[in-house]
Design a protein around this ligand. Structure first.
Ligand code: 2RA
Length: 337
Protein backbone atom coordinates (compact mmCIF):
# COMPACT_ATOMS: atom_id res chain seq x y z
CA UNK A 1 0.00 0.00 0.00
CA UNK A 2 1.33 3.45 -0.98
CA UNK A 3 0.54 5.68 2.01
CA UNK A 4 0.93 9.45 2.14
CA UNK A 5 0.91 11.34 5.44
CA UNK A 6 0.02 14.96 4.66
CA UNK A 7 1.03 17.40 7.39
CA UNK A 8 3.72 15.01 8.54
CA UNK A 9 5.68 17.65 10.50
CA UNK A 10 2.78 18.56 12.82
CA UNK A 11 2.03 17.03 16.24
CA UNK A 12 -0.64 14.70 14.83
CA UNK A 13 1.55 13.89 11.81
CA UNK A 14 4.33 12.76 14.13
CA UNK A 15 1.94 10.56 16.10
CA UNK A 16 0.54 9.25 12.79
CA UNK A 17 4.00 7.86 11.91
CA UNK A 18 4.27 6.21 15.33
CA UNK A 19 0.80 4.65 15.06
CA UNK A 20 1.44 3.39 11.50
CA UNK A 21 4.63 1.74 12.78
CA UNK A 22 2.93 0.22 15.83
CA UNK A 23 -0.02 -1.07 13.82
CA UNK A 24 2.35 -2.39 11.16
CA UNK A 25 0.11 -0.99 8.44
CA UNK A 26 1.01 -2.80 5.15
CA UNK A 27 3.02 0.06 3.61
CA UNK A 28 5.00 -0.63 0.43
CA UNK A 29 5.77 3.06 -0.10
CA UNK A 30 5.74 5.74 2.64
CA UNK A 31 5.17 9.25 1.28
CA UNK A 32 5.75 12.09 3.79
CA UNK A 33 4.11 15.33 2.62
CA UNK A 34 4.23 18.85 4.02
CA UNK A 35 4.24 22.49 2.95
CA UNK A 36 6.92 23.78 0.61
CA UNK A 37 8.99 25.13 3.51
CA UNK A 38 9.50 21.55 4.79
CA UNK A 39 10.20 19.92 1.40
CA UNK A 40 13.55 18.13 1.48
CA UNK A 41 13.66 17.72 5.25
CA UNK A 42 13.78 14.11 6.37
CA UNK A 43 11.48 12.01 8.57
CA UNK A 44 12.08 8.49 9.82
CA UNK A 45 9.51 5.75 9.27
CA UNK A 46 10.19 2.17 10.40
CA UNK A 47 13.89 2.97 10.82
CA UNK A 48 14.40 4.43 7.33
CA UNK A 49 14.81 8.08 6.34
CA UNK A 50 12.37 9.62 3.86
CA UNK A 51 12.58 13.07 2.25
CA UNK A 52 9.47 15.18 2.63
CA UNK A 53 7.82 16.10 -0.68
CA UNK A 54 5.24 18.70 -1.71
CA UNK A 55 1.60 18.22 -2.68
CA UNK A 56 2.02 18.08 -6.47
CA UNK A 57 4.77 15.43 -6.21
CA UNK A 58 2.66 13.45 -3.76
CA UNK A 59 -0.32 13.44 -6.12
CA UNK A 60 1.97 12.31 -8.94
CA UNK A 61 3.06 9.38 -6.74
CA UNK A 62 -0.60 8.28 -6.76
CA UNK A 63 -0.79 7.03 -3.16
CA UNK A 64 -3.49 4.47 -2.38
CA UNK A 65 -4.38 6.39 0.77
CA UNK A 66 -3.49 9.87 2.03
CA UNK A 67 -4.00 10.63 5.70
CA UNK A 68 -4.34 14.39 6.10
CA UNK A 69 -3.68 16.41 9.21
CA UNK A 70 -2.88 19.75 7.61
CA UNK A 71 -5.79 22.03 8.47
CA UNK A 72 -9.12 22.66 6.85
CA UNK A 73 -7.98 25.06 4.16
CA UNK A 74 -5.30 22.73 2.86
CA UNK A 75 -7.71 19.82 2.90
CA UNK A 76 -10.44 21.70 1.03
CA UNK A 77 -7.90 22.63 -1.68
CA UNK A 78 -5.93 19.38 -2.00
CA UNK A 79 -8.06 16.42 -0.89
CA UNK A 80 -10.19 16.55 -4.07
CA UNK A 81 -6.99 16.58 -6.20
CA UNK A 82 -5.75 13.40 -4.48
CA UNK A 83 -9.19 11.81 -4.82
CA UNK A 84 -9.20 12.68 -8.54
CA UNK A 85 -6.22 10.37 -9.11
CA UNK A 86 -7.86 7.54 -7.17
CA UNK A 87 -6.35 8.17 -3.73
CA UNK A 88 -8.59 7.64 -0.72
CA UNK A 89 -8.22 10.61 1.62
CA UNK A 90 -8.78 10.30 5.36
CA UNK A 91 -8.94 13.87 6.63
CA UNK A 92 -8.44 14.91 10.22
CA UNK A 93 -9.61 18.52 9.77
CA UNK A 94 -13.16 19.83 10.16
CA UNK A 95 -13.36 20.63 6.42
CA UNK A 96 -15.50 17.69 5.32
CA UNK A 97 -17.09 16.47 8.57
CA UNK A 98 -20.51 18.07 8.12
CA UNK A 99 -20.57 17.69 4.32
CA UNK A 100 -23.65 15.51 3.70
CA UNK A 101 -21.83 13.67 0.90
CA UNK A 102 -18.90 12.69 3.15
CA UNK A 103 -18.82 10.02 5.84
CA UNK A 104 -17.75 10.83 9.40
CA UNK A 105 -16.20 7.64 10.72
CA UNK A 106 -15.34 6.09 14.07
CA UNK A 107 -14.49 2.56 12.88
CA UNK A 108 -15.99 0.74 15.87
CA UNK A 109 -19.31 2.50 15.23
CA UNK A 110 -19.84 3.02 11.49
CA UNK A 111 -16.92 1.76 9.38
CA UNK A 112 -19.38 -0.73 7.91
CA UNK A 113 -20.99 2.13 5.97
CA UNK A 114 -17.80 2.67 3.93
CA UNK A 115 -17.53 1.69 0.25
CA UNK A 116 -14.79 1.96 -2.38
CA UNK A 117 -16.60 5.05 -3.67
CA UNK A 118 -15.76 6.97 -0.49
CA UNK A 119 -12.69 8.88 -1.65
CA UNK A 120 -12.75 11.60 1.02
CA UNK A 121 -13.50 10.30 4.52
CA UNK A 122 -13.72 12.62 7.53
CA UNK A 123 -12.08 11.82 10.85
CA UNK A 124 -14.23 13.34 13.64
CA UNK A 125 -12.95 15.89 16.12
CA UNK A 126 -10.94 14.35 18.95
CA UNK A 127 -13.40 15.29 21.70
CA UNK A 128 -16.24 13.85 19.62
CA UNK A 129 -14.53 10.49 18.95
CA UNK A 130 -13.92 9.61 22.59
CA UNK A 131 -17.44 10.58 23.61
CA UNK A 132 -19.38 8.84 20.83
CA UNK A 133 -17.37 5.63 21.23
CA UNK A 134 -18.79 5.34 24.75
CA UNK A 135 -22.25 6.66 23.84
CA UNK A 136 -22.94 4.55 20.72
CA UNK A 137 -23.71 1.25 22.50
CA UNK A 138 -25.76 3.07 25.14
CA UNK A 139 -27.75 4.92 22.48
CA UNK A 140 -28.44 1.64 20.71
CA UNK A 141 -29.73 -0.01 23.92
CA UNK A 142 -31.46 2.80 25.81
CA UNK A 143 -31.93 5.66 23.32
CA UNK A 144 -30.29 8.97 24.23
CA UNK A 145 -32.63 11.90 24.82
CA UNK A 146 -30.14 14.56 25.98
CA UNK A 147 -26.38 15.00 26.53
CA UNK A 148 -24.66 17.66 28.62
CA UNK A 149 -20.89 17.50 28.19
CA UNK A 150 -18.05 19.56 29.67
CA UNK A 151 -14.56 18.95 28.34
CA UNK A 152 -11.11 19.49 29.86
CA UNK A 153 -8.93 19.54 26.75
CA UNK A 154 -5.18 19.05 26.55
CA UNK A 155 -3.05 21.87 25.18
CA UNK A 156 -1.69 19.34 22.65
CA UNK A 157 -5.01 19.75 20.86
CA UNK A 158 -3.95 23.27 19.96
CA UNK A 159 -0.50 22.23 18.79
CA UNK A 160 3.18 22.89 19.39
CA UNK A 161 2.77 26.64 19.96
CA UNK A 162 0.51 25.94 22.95
CA UNK A 163 2.86 23.37 24.43
CA UNK A 164 5.75 25.83 24.08
CA UNK A 165 3.66 28.58 25.75
CA UNK A 166 2.90 26.23 28.66
CA UNK A 167 6.53 25.15 29.00
CA UNK A 168 7.78 28.76 29.09
CA UNK A 169 5.11 29.87 31.59
CA UNK A 170 5.81 26.87 33.81
CA UNK A 171 9.41 28.11 34.08
CA UNK A 172 8.16 31.57 34.99
CA UNK A 173 8.83 33.19 31.63
CA UNK A 174 6.47 34.93 29.25
CA UNK A 175 5.97 32.84 26.10
CA UNK A 176 7.65 34.11 22.91
CA UNK A 177 4.38 33.35 21.09
CA UNK A 178 0.94 33.10 22.71
CA UNK A 179 -1.32 30.29 21.51
CA UNK A 180 -4.09 31.59 23.75
CA UNK A 181 -5.46 34.96 24.81
CA UNK A 182 -4.28 34.25 28.36
CA UNK A 183 -1.59 32.33 30.20
CA UNK A 184 -2.41 28.62 30.31
CA UNK A 185 -0.09 27.63 33.16
CA UNK A 186 -2.14 27.27 36.42
CA UNK A 187 -5.17 28.37 34.43
CA UNK A 188 -8.24 26.99 32.62
CA UNK A 189 -9.51 28.77 29.49
CA UNK A 190 -13.19 28.21 28.51
CA UNK A 191 -12.44 28.93 24.87
CA UNK A 192 -11.48 26.16 22.41
CA UNK A 193 -11.36 27.33 18.78
CA UNK A 194 -13.29 30.50 17.86
CA UNK A 195 -16.60 31.92 19.09
CA UNK A 196 -19.71 31.77 16.89
CA UNK A 197 -22.79 34.01 16.66
CA UNK A 198 -24.62 31.84 19.23
CA UNK A 199 -21.89 32.48 21.85
CA UNK A 200 -20.75 28.87 21.61
CA UNK A 201 -17.33 27.98 20.22
CA UNK A 202 -16.70 25.96 17.07
CA UNK A 203 -15.34 23.20 19.32
CA UNK A 204 -18.59 23.09 21.30
CA UNK A 205 -20.72 22.96 18.15
CA UNK A 206 -18.49 20.19 16.71
CA UNK A 207 -19.47 18.04 19.68
CA UNK A 208 -23.16 18.80 19.04
CA UNK A 209 -23.25 18.39 15.27
CA UNK A 210 -20.74 15.56 14.81
CA UNK A 211 -22.29 13.44 17.57
CA UNK A 212 -25.72 13.62 15.93
CA UNK A 213 -24.24 12.74 12.51
CA UNK A 214 -22.21 9.75 13.77
CA UNK A 215 -25.07 8.36 15.89
CA UNK A 216 -27.45 9.07 13.01
CA UNK A 217 -29.99 10.81 15.20
CA UNK A 218 -30.71 14.53 14.82
CA UNK A 219 -33.25 14.36 17.66
CA UNK A 220 -30.61 14.05 20.38
CA UNK A 221 -30.50 17.25 22.49
CA UNK A 222 -26.88 18.18 23.19
CA UNK A 223 -25.16 21.10 24.89
CA UNK A 224 -21.45 21.45 25.57
CA UNK A 225 -18.78 23.55 27.22
CA UNK A 226 -15.20 23.03 26.11
CA UNK A 227 -12.32 24.14 28.32
CA UNK A 228 -8.58 24.20 27.69
CA UNK A 229 -6.49 22.92 30.59
CA UNK A 230 -2.71 22.73 31.16
CA UNK A 231 -2.54 18.95 30.62
CA UNK A 232 -0.46 16.98 28.12
CA UNK A 233 -1.81 13.40 28.18
CA UNK A 234 -5.25 13.73 26.68
CA UNK A 235 -8.76 15.15 26.78
CA UNK A 236 -11.14 14.50 29.68
CA UNK A 237 -14.93 14.84 29.52
CA UNK A 238 -17.69 14.93 32.11
CA UNK A 239 -20.76 13.57 30.32
CA UNK A 240 -24.31 13.64 31.64
CA UNK A 241 -26.87 11.62 29.67
CA UNK A 242 -30.64 11.37 29.87
CA UNK A 243 -31.91 8.17 28.27
CA UNK A 244 -35.34 7.39 26.92
CA UNK A 245 -35.36 4.00 28.64
CA UNK A 246 -34.57 2.93 32.23
CA UNK A 247 -31.26 1.15 32.86
CA UNK A 248 -29.24 -0.55 35.56
CA UNK A 249 -25.77 0.95 36.20
CA UNK A 250 -24.30 -2.56 36.37
CA UNK A 251 -25.67 -3.27 32.89
CA UNK A 252 -24.19 -0.01 31.57
CA UNK A 253 -20.78 -0.91 32.98
CA UNK A 254 -20.99 -4.41 31.49
CA UNK A 255 -22.03 -3.09 28.09
CA UNK A 256 -19.20 -0.54 28.05
CA UNK A 257 -16.60 -3.09 29.16
CA UNK A 258 -17.69 -5.32 26.27
CA UNK A 259 -17.41 -2.47 23.73
CA UNK A 260 -14.33 -2.65 21.42
CA UNK A 261 -11.97 0.26 22.08
CA UNK A 262 -13.39 1.03 25.53
CA UNK A 263 -11.63 0.31 28.85
CA UNK A 264 -13.75 0.75 31.98
CA UNK A 265 -11.65 2.09 34.88
CA UNK A 266 -14.17 2.46 37.69
CA UNK A 267 -13.38 1.53 41.27
CA UNK A 268 -13.73 4.61 43.51
CA UNK A 269 -12.94 2.52 46.62
CA UNK A 270 -9.45 2.08 45.17
CA UNK A 271 -9.24 5.58 43.64
CA UNK A 272 -9.42 3.95 40.20
CA UNK A 273 -10.76 6.23 37.47
CA UNK A 274 -9.49 7.49 34.10
CA UNK A 275 -6.91 10.28 34.02
CA UNK A 276 -4.90 11.82 31.14
CA UNK A 277 -1.63 10.65 32.74
CA UNK A 278 -2.91 7.06 32.39
CA UNK A 279 -4.42 7.50 28.90
CA UNK A 280 -1.33 9.09 27.32
CA UNK A 281 0.14 7.02 24.44
CA UNK A 282 -2.75 4.54 24.54
CA UNK A 283 -5.29 3.92 21.77
CA UNK A 284 -8.27 3.10 23.95
CA UNK A 285 -10.98 5.34 25.39
CA UNK A 286 -11.15 5.11 29.17
CA UNK A 287 -14.48 5.42 31.01
CA UNK A 288 -15.11 5.71 34.75
CA UNK A 289 -17.09 7.50 37.50
CA UNK A 290 -20.13 5.75 36.01
CA UNK A 291 -23.04 6.59 38.29
CA UNK A 292 -26.75 7.29 38.21
CA UNK A 293 -27.85 10.94 37.99
CA UNK A 294 -30.48 10.91 40.74
CA UNK A 295 -31.72 14.37 39.75
CA UNK A 296 -33.63 13.10 36.72
CA UNK A 297 -35.30 9.89 35.52
CA UNK A 298 -32.99 7.66 33.44
CA UNK A 299 -30.00 9.94 34.07
CA UNK A 300 -26.34 8.82 34.03
CA UNK A 301 -23.00 10.54 34.66
CA UNK A 302 -19.63 9.32 33.42
CA UNK A 303 -16.06 10.50 32.95
CA UNK A 304 -14.33 9.80 29.63
CA UNK A 305 -10.61 10.21 28.93
CA UNK A 306 -8.51 9.51 25.83
CA UNK A 307 -5.21 10.52 24.25
CA UNK A 308 -6.48 13.17 21.84
CA UNK A 309 -3.49 12.75 19.49
CA UNK A 310 -4.04 9.00 19.24
CA UNK A 311 -7.65 7.72 19.36
CA UNK A 312 -8.68 11.35 19.03
CA UNK A 313 -6.82 11.71 15.74
CA UNK A 314 -3.99 9.49 14.41
CA UNK A 315 -5.17 6.10 15.66
CA UNK A 316 -8.76 6.63 14.51
CA UNK A 317 -7.49 7.61 11.05
CA UNK A 318 -5.15 4.60 10.85
CA UNK A 319 -7.95 2.32 12.02
CA UNK A 320 -10.10 3.66 9.15
CA UNK A 321 -7.25 2.93 6.72
CA UNK A 322 -6.85 -0.59 8.15
CA UNK A 323 -10.58 -1.24 7.75
CA UNK A 324 -10.49 -0.04 4.13
CA UNK A 325 -7.47 -2.23 3.34
CA UNK A 326 -8.91 -5.28 5.12
CA UNK A 327 -12.19 -4.93 3.18
CA UNK A 328 -10.48 -4.29 -0.17
CA UNK A 329 -11.89 -0.77 -0.39
CA UNK A 330 -8.58 0.96 -1.28
CA UNK A 331 -5.62 0.34 -3.50
CA UNK A 332 -5.33 -2.06 -6.42
CA UNK A 333 -7.61 -4.60 -4.75
CA UNK A 334 -10.45 -2.09 -4.34
CA UNK A 335 -13.79 -3.67 -5.17
CA UNK A 336 -16.17 -1.06 -6.67
CA UNK A 337 -19.35 -0.57 -4.59
C1 2RA B 1 -8.53 20.86 20.04
N1 2RA B 1 -10.11 19.30 19.10
O1 2RA B 1 -8.40 20.10 21.00
C2 2RA B 1 -9.29 20.45 18.82
C3 2RA B 1 -8.39 20.24 17.65
N2 2RA B 1 -7.45 19.25 17.83
O2 2RA B 1 -8.04 21.99 20.01
Amino acid sequence: MRVAVVGVTGMVGNVMIKVLEEHQFPITEFIPVASERSVGKEVVYNGSKYAIIGMEAAIAARPDVAIFSAGGGTSLEWAPKFAAVGTTVIDNSSAWRMDPSKKLIVPEINANTLTADDKIIANPNCSTIQMVLALAPLHQKYGIKRIVVSTYQSITGTGMKAVKQYQMERKGFEADEMAYAYPIFENCIPHCDSFLENDYTKEEMKLVNETRKILGDQSIAITSTTVRVPVLGGHSESVNIEFNQPFEVADVKKLLSETPGIVVQDNPAKNEYPMPMLAKDHDEVFVGRIRRDESIANGLNMWIVADNLRKGAATNAVQIAKYLAAHHLIGQTAVPA
